[in-house]
Write a protein of this length. Structure first.
Length: 384
């Protein structure tokens, strides 16, 4: 059979079929279309302002490596006027994060972007290896997720960054929507499709924010407790296309799964999604559109936001989730931070504060959260 030509340029030989649209395209057209779709996502959500200092959450994996590459390309191509940085959180997982951080260090040189690495041991006094030794495999993802979210904000605050972008892609988002539907978690379901959030992630159980919306409103106060926006420019990018982009561009990324990854529930949602895609290839984007269009009836109880009395981080309780989890670890009773009735446990933990540092058996408290605001700027607009 004669080779097929690219459906976009009509001249070069098609080398791949786009998973998102089924179109046969050549390599160069694929790169350009993929990049321009991310550009459209950025522009239509008014994600950035000119002059923004933006930290790319860099894990060394395919998604964040492609994100760093594409954002740098678009920043140059469309003159966004962004200052880009790499921000890596070292969870302290031997044989996984130490190796992936080596990749990020190479990316730093390859892309010419400054890199900051912040470790759980430095911030919390515990590495994930130590936490897993105490907690076991079952609940360790709770610790890791809560600690990483806060560590990213703290790293960003130290870098005086306005905005953190992560490599969460369309498949991740569709899985999250499915999980929230299956769990009947209405508050998170309503917010998990947002491209831009503030403070704690809507996918977490910590502190649901009061207002939704994209990044269009750049009133500094809008972003509440941390003042740092967080967004997902790959919200509509298919995981398979991210992998293809990384593969064809020969990007340097780390491809091993976390050794402590027992997130079975997400695994089910992922498998279900794969099965759905066999029957209906547009399932991922259809689920995202359904999630976006969903309006939850009645009152969804939202927790008011304040600052953690111990570490100053944004929280819906007197103490933030990270302080509670850390307290449980330091007391040698890690399940307390996960399962206890909040009010009783918060009271107990705060009693510890009143009694002073001596009440903590090991480890220490999380340092006070501080952020220095950077100056305001003008929105990034489309140049194409
Ligand atoms: N240790 C980390 N340091 C900085 N950012 C992180 C870290 N872990 C995750 N992230 C950010 O969160 C996003 C989603 O993380 P997740 O753990 O779900 O990994 P993933 O889907 O395998 O992504 P990747 O391929 O980038 O590792 C990543 O793309 C990255 O932007």
């Amino acid at each position: 059979m004669a080779p097929r030509s690219c459906s976009t340029c009509q001249t070069a030989r098609a080398v791949l079929r786009r998973p998102k649209t089924g179109a046969l395209v050549c390599r160069e057209c694929f790169y350009y279309i993929f990049e321009q779709e991310v550009h459209q996502t950025i522009v239509s959500a008014s994600l950035f302002q000119r002059g923004d200092r933006v930290a790319i959450g860099a894990s060394g994996g395919k998604d964040s490596t492609v994100l760093a590459h594409v954002l740098k390309t678009l920043n140059d191509r469309h003159d966004y006027g962004l200052e880009l940085f790499l921000l890596s959180i070292d969870e302290g997982i031997t044989g996984y994060r130490d190796d992936s951080l080596e990749t990020v260090k190479r990316n730093k040189v390859q892309y010419g972007l400054p890199l900051k690495v912040l470790g759980y041991d430095e911030l919390y006094g515990w590495t994930m290896d130590e936490i897993v030794r105490q907690v076991g495999m079952k609940n360790n993802c709770t610790f890791c997720g809560v600690f990483r979210r806060q560590a990213l904000d703290r790293g960003a605050a130290a870098m005086q960054v306005d905005h953190i972008v992560t490599g969460h892609n369309a498949d991740d988002m569709a899985e999250t929507i499915l999980m929230n539907v299956l769990r009947g978690d209405i508050a998170r379901l309503e917010r998990c499709t947002e491209i831009c959030t503030k403070g704690p992630d809507p996918q977490s159980s910590v502190g649901q924010d009061a207002e939704g919306g994209g990044c269009g409103n750049h009133n500094g106060n809008e972003f509440g407790g941390t003042g740092i926006k967080r967004s997902k420019p790959f919200k509509y990018a298919y995981e398979k296309e991210i992998v293809m982009y990384a593969y064809f561009k020969k990007l340097d990324y780390f491809s091993t799964e976390c050794i402590y990854y027992p997130n079975a529930y997400r695994g089910y949602a992922r498998e279900y999604l794969r099965e759905l895609e066999q029957i209906r290839p547009s399932a991922v984007i259809d689920i995202i559109h359904s999630g976006e269009a969903l309006r939850v009836g009645g009152e969804v109880k939202r927790m008011p936001q304040r600052n953690c009395q111990r570490c100053g981080y944004i929280s819906s309780n007197d103490l933030c989730k990270a302080c509670l989890l850390l307290e449980g670890l330091n007391r040698g009773a890690p399940s307390l931070g996960i399962h206890s009735s909040k009010s009783r446990y918060v009271k107990e933990a705060r009693k510890g504060d009143d009694e002073g540092e001596a009440s903590l058996k090991i480890g220490r408290k999380i340092p006070m959260f501080q952020r220095i605001d950077s100056s305001s700027s003008t929105p990034v607009e489309s140049t194409s």
